[in-house]
Design a protein around this ligand. Structure first.
Ligand SMILES: Cc1cc2nc3c(=O)[nH]c(=O)nc-3n(C[C@H](O)[C@H](O)[C@H](O)COP(=O)(O)OP(=O)(O)OC[C@H]3O[C@@H](n4cnc5c(N)ncnc54)[C@H](O)[C@@H]3O)c2cc1C
Length: 381
């Protein structure tokens, strides 16, 4: 199939965020001729507005296949991070020394303990290595850290870590180019049309054609997937973030909604605002997030906030990933999840080869056909 610019392409990926970039890189690594089509700098995207956790704790409560996929991705991340650092031309800041979920009340502690028990009891899976630790054990884990008086303990997950998501994205794009792929940002795809043995993507700066198309356009995926016969319900759930100035080390391990980067900046999150369509911040939410962070780490009270932002997560009706192959138009796929950083390694090494083979059987549990009877829920993370 011929195409402009730089074709011919075996696969075009529509959406150059966290999911699309990982898939495009993974597909190119398998030897496919790949084009990654993305919007411009003002696009609504979570890839540049997320929290950077590579997180397994509490994921998959109610879906064993998601527990397995998340764990597998975390395992792959060790090797994957070196590969992506090589492409990015710098260390992408991946660390996996364990992650925390601070509990500010006994009820929080008990709720997380119950969740761990539920995950361990799901049949046929190896749950992440999680335990509840009390305040004394937490303090022993981080003797230099001044904990707030209300901290009663934490969930500690030994498999968890974090990464700089912007360097991750840079590495995926550089890796795609190094493998001969075309990264084509700058114009949204307005339409996708099945044509002959492939697909045409319509863009203001010229059409692109390929034999296969993968729609990974985050919150815009529903509309685009419908064009290739895939019913793909994804809705936006806004998350807000704060970053502080650089500080001396306060927090040696990343935590849910609180992490200190390698550069010393403390990132404070995060909201789950269902149905919000604008990636903006609101003063009440930022105030609540900052107040909670100070209750965990009182030294943050003196820190200056440098920046805050909002971003839109793509969320499926049950909160678990959705990977679909079109029955009406074979060769078309749609992919979305709300943990694209965590799953980046699995998307590159496991999902991309399945897409290239045209067989999503190993991912059958993630078929969006399951949504027919599902009410909207919020995930634990
Ligand atoms: C506040 C917040 C915190 C988060 N924290 C974490 C975390 O700690 N760990 C984790 O694993 N995940 C986290 N996530 C989730 C993660 O960022 C998302 O799962 C991931 O970004 C989704 O990737 P995506 O490619 O589907 O969507 P996006 O990253 O949003 O990318 C979609 C892309 O599609 C493009 N696009 C849209 N329409 C078109 C079109 N018509 N034509 C061409 N391109 C188009 C957009 O420009 C964009 O580049 C967080 C998200 C948010 C918002």
């Amino acid at each position: 199939m011929t195409t402009e610019p730089g074709g011919p392409f075996d696969v075009m990926v529509v959406g150059g965020g966290m999911v699309g970039s990982a898939l495009a890189y993974g597909l190119a690594g398998q030897g496919a001729r790949v084009a990654l089509l993305d919007e411009g700098d003002f696009a609504l995207r979570a890839a540049r507005g997320n929290f950077g956790l590579v997180w397994t704790a509490s994921k998959g409560d109610g879906m064993p296949a998601y527990v397995r996929l998340t764990r597998e991705s975390a395992r792959i991340w060790h090797d994957f991070s070196g590969e992506i650092s090589g492409h990015a031309g710098r260390d992408i800041g991946y660390q996996q020394k364990g992650g925390l979920d601070f509990c500010l009340a006994q009820a929080d502690f008990d709720e997380r303990a119950a969740r761990i028990a539920r995950l361990h009891n799901q049949s046929g899976i190896e749950a992440p290595r999680m335990e509840m630790i009390d305040r004394a054990a937490l303090q022993a884990l981080m003797p230099q850290t001044r904990l707030g008086e209300r901290v009663v303990g934490a969930l500690l997950c030994h498999d968890d870590g974090h990464v700089n998501p912007l360097y991750l994205l840079r590495g995926l794009h550089a890796g795609l180019r190094a493998a001969g792929g075309a990264h084509l940002p700058g114009a949204p795809v307005s339409a996708i049309e099945p044509q002959g043995h492939g697909f045409i993507a319509r863009r203001a700066d010229g059409d692109v054609a390929a034999e296969k198309v993968v729609i990974a356009a985050g919150v815009a995926s529903t509309r685009l997937a419908a064009m290739v016969g895939i019913d793909f319900p994804v809705r936006p759930v806004r998350g807000q973030n704060i970053v502080t100035e650089r500080l001396p080390q306060l927090l040696p391990l990343p935590a849910s909604a609180l992490r200190q980067t390698a550069e010393g900046v403390v990132q404070i999150g995060v909201t789950y605002e269902d149905g919000e369509t604008e990636p903006v911040t609101t003063i009440p939410a930022l105030a609540r997030m900052a107040a909670r962070a100070v209750r965990v780490l009182p030294d943050l009270a003196r820190a200056r906030m440098v920046r805050a932002w909002g971003a839109l997560r793509p969320m499926t009706p049950d909160g678990f990933p959705a990977y679909a192959a079109s029955l009406r138009h074979p060769g078309a796929f749609a992919c979305a999840c709300h943990s694209g950083v965590t799953l980046a390694a699995a998307h590159v090494r496991l999902l991309a080869p399945a897409i290239l083979a045209g067989d999503l059987t190993p991912f059958a549990a993630f078929d969006p056909a399951r949504f027919k009877d599902v009410a909207h829920v919020q995930p634990a993370h």
